[in-house]
Design a binder for this molecule. Structure first.
Ligand code: AFP
Length: 321
């Protein structure tokens, strides 16, 4: 009989081998707790009047769901108390939030609840996080704290609230996946070193945008379609990336022009969507590109900057480009 390893045991093992990772280990424990709290809320969303819209919009002019606001407030208040973070950036916050922890050495970017338009219909959603070292000589609340390239992330990952809740993260030495055992209240190790399989059955692209993409993306998608075979698209970035990490394939979200004026605009956010997923994809043996450049090499110049995204199997994506 195999005995599953708990997240706590895994983290203590890391600490033994890498005492210098003490703060990162503490962060992972805290983020796991946040994940458990949001998971419990999302499971009860329909029972606790947490479905539906809050009647407000965020900085990107997107309507906020009640759970978006709950998750954002929870991340903000919980992370402030840990004392580990100097500042936080969030999809739901216009500006950087100075967490007023003067000695803290890290900053964190969050999408507290990715895919929130799916909450009311019981489709998987997630929390995405990306951690950098705090820049010395730059005020904690300054947006420049988040103008750091993805390759300098010290920790990144997501919590997926799906048919089960999963925590997937990397601190640059592979990708580690845990599944929440709800009865025990513990995350248990599912895969110590997750790797994207060589097979690539799926492509993920919102086909409704087909008429609005650039010619080069159209050609690329034709090749991807031909080499994959099946379309899978949830419309929650976390769920779509998670599936493709486990099953293989390519996720493509190009810039869109609905105006017909050649004004192509990407949608996904660099700091708290593309960068963390790019780290996981590369660590799992895959590739993550924006306009032909590795997403991890892009230095953001805006807090809520958006990028086009191609994430998936290396060979598949190379052959299609
Ligand atoms: P939210 O966090 O605002 O719900 O973001 C959702 C999202 O950015 C991402 O999770 C999805 O992959 C994408 O939107 C789906 O949107 P489309 O309807 O444009 O395909």
């Amino acid at each position: 009989m195999t005995v599953p390893q708990t997240l706590q045991q895994f983290l203590l093992g890391e600490l033994k081998d890498h005492p210098e990772r003490y703060e990162l280990v503490m962060m992972m424990a805290d983020i796991a707790t946040i994940g458990k709290l949001i998971s419990a809320r999302t499971n009860r969303a329909g029972l606790t009047e947490l479905t539906g819209l809050a009647g407000s919009t965020n900085v990107q002019d997107e309507t906020q769901a009640k759970l978006d606001i709950y998750a954002n407030d929870l991340c903000k208040n919980y992370l402030r108390k840990t004392g580990l973070f100097a500042a936080m950036a969030s999809e739901e916050e216009t500006d950087v939030v100075d967490l007023k922890n003067p000695g803290a050495r890290y900053v964190i970017a969050f999408d507290p609840l990715d895919g929130s338009s799916n909450i009311d219909v019981n489709i998987p959603i997630g929390t995405i996080f990306s951690v950098h070292k705090k820049l010395e000589g730059v005020p904690a609340g300054d947006a420049r704290q988040f103008f750091q390239k993805g390759r300098d992330q010290v920790l990144a990952g997501y919590v997926l609230y799906g048919s089960s809740t999963m925590l997937v993260f990397s601190w640059g030495e592979g990708v580690h996946a845990f599944t929440l055992d709800v009865d025990l209240g513990e995350f248990l190790l599912s895969d110590a070193h997750l790797k994207i399989p060589a097979a690539h059955p799926y492509y993920s692209f919102n086909e409704a945008y087909g008429p609005f993409i650039a010619e080069e993306d159209r050609r690329y998608l034709d090749k991807i379609r031909a080499q994959t075979g099946s379309l899978r698209y949830v419309g929650s970035f976390v769920a779509d990336i998670h599936r493709n990490l486990i099953k293989g394939g390519a996720y493509v979200y190009p810039a869109i022009d609905t105006s017909g004026q050649g004004n192509f605009k990407p949608k996904l956010r660099l700091n708290y969507e593309a960068k963390p997923m790019a780290l996981l994809a590369e660590q799992a043996g895959g590739v993550a590109l924006a306009d032909g450049v590795a997403i991890l090499d892009i230095v953001p110049n805006e807090l809520h900057q958006r990028v086009s995204v191609r994430i998936g199997n290396k060979k598949l994506m190379k052959e299609a480009s």
